[in-house]
Design a protein around this ligand. Structure first.
Ligand code: SF4
Length: 88
């Protein structure tokens, strides 16, 4: 992952979803619809995110419901970072 992140610390939280491993179960969207939706192919998408390779990534001031969504993901492909340390 990125090693030199010193200039990116204006937003504390970052949420990442590994789209290529998504099973389209819908848990993230159910628990956290303000951040997650399933796209037209049924794959989880983070609303307002940036596409980095096949991941969606979004930086935020607050964790919002990202932790609930990450905990609910049966294949554990939603990752939440605080100050670049992975919470889960
Ligand atoms: S909870 Fe995980 S597997 Fe289910 S739709 Fe969301 S990202 Fe995909």
């Amino acid at each position: 992952m990125t090693k030199n992140v010193d200039e990116k610390h204006h937003l504390k939280f970052r949420v990442v979803v590994e789209r290529d491993k998504c099973t389209s179960c819908g848990s993230c969207e159910d628990l956290c619809p303000e951040l997650f939706e399933l796209d037209e192919g049924g794959i989880a998408h983070i609303i307002g995110s940036e596409r980095v390779e096949n991941n969606d990534e979004l930086e935020m001031e607050e964790e919002n419901c990202s932790v609930d969504a990450a905990e609910s993901c049966p294949v554990m492909i939603i990752h939440v970072y605080k100050d670049d340390v992975e919470l889960l």
